[in-house]
Design a protein around this ligand. Sequence first.
Ligand code: SAM
Length: 384
Amino acid sequence: NQPRLGHWSHPRWVRVNTIKSDLDEQLRTTFAGYKTIESLEEMLRYSPSSAGKLIHIDKHVPNLLALPPATNLSKTPAYLNGQIILQDKASCFPAYLLSPEVEDGDCLDACAAPGNKTTHLSAILHDEGRAAATPKIYAFERDKGRASTLLTLVQKAAAQDHVIAKVGLNFLNSDPTKTPWDGVGTLLLDPSCSGSGIVGRDATLDVVLPSKKTSNPLKLQSKKRKRKLTPETTPTVNDVPEEIPIDEDKPSDQLSARLTALSTFQLKLLLHAFHFPKARRITYSTCSIYAEENEHVVMKALGSTIAYERGWRILRREEQVTGMKGWKIRGKVDACMDIAKDGEISTAEVAEACIRCEKGTKEGTQGFFVAAFASQVNKSIRTE
Ligand code: SAM
């Protein structure tokens, strides 16, 4: 009855959409008759055939449930009417780590489609702001096709009262000094990345290969890797943001060229977010396993002039919301040291503040990375 790694170790994660329902109601209805298992590891020890109706309430993210991987919820009324959302645990970290509050002002999701994190932000603000006027969530998505999925998911989750979708708009073209961006207090950045942490993808092969017919990398597609857009995954194959010179004969060059282009773009987004005058907190996340897209981007951002001018610093582990403070897998010190200049920033502190998830472990997550930044200029930092 040992788990089959890579399959059995990745449970079906379910987020209860608190705009439409709550945990108790779901346990009484959709999951009536399910046996609650205290530890995720224990649940993963059952073989798929004997797993039956088991459920585990997550210890880190509120309103999150784990079920055996084979569980199919796609025909349940709760899934069809948006009371539950199928979302990987790690993908719930950014909105939870950001935990916007009503008094923070408006929120901005810079790279929003398909929209799982947008609807999660909306649920958090909804829970926070029952009695007060709920702030807006501006959701940028530059790809119009993907933005239509975002609009569908927002409607399904009943988040349309909070979310204002900026369809086909590039976040980098927003002027932070102009209304309404000058009122944004929190930003969630989940940019295009290598996708190397996604379960079922091979990190070393996660490279977009150029088609023989086109020299435009924006049109490059890997036949093998072309995937359908589903709300649960974070497609990246079509998201190559910059022109990337790739030598087809050298796979390592392809990977390193792609990582350079991606991380340049990711850093640009993060530095743009640092310019928002009222911003107090920002989260930056990727579903990548590579330091180049993760700790390196964080360290470069912290060492930037705008970070210095606006007082941006890392949100330390002890300042994070309870579930994130308690998450054990943290950033890599060596990766922070790759970028650190002598004595400027404590690499140990930054690494400890960064959150990583690893795929194929007993934690049952995809490979993921998230870090939060706080502005010292605006002192109000939430610690719960
Ligand atoms: N946060 C999404 C979720 O949880 O469902 C996944 C986001 S996906 C990793 C990145 C998205 O950002 C893609 O849909 C891409 O089209 C969009 N994007 C990339 N650069 C952008 C930009 N500069 N402005 C707006 N959207 C952008």
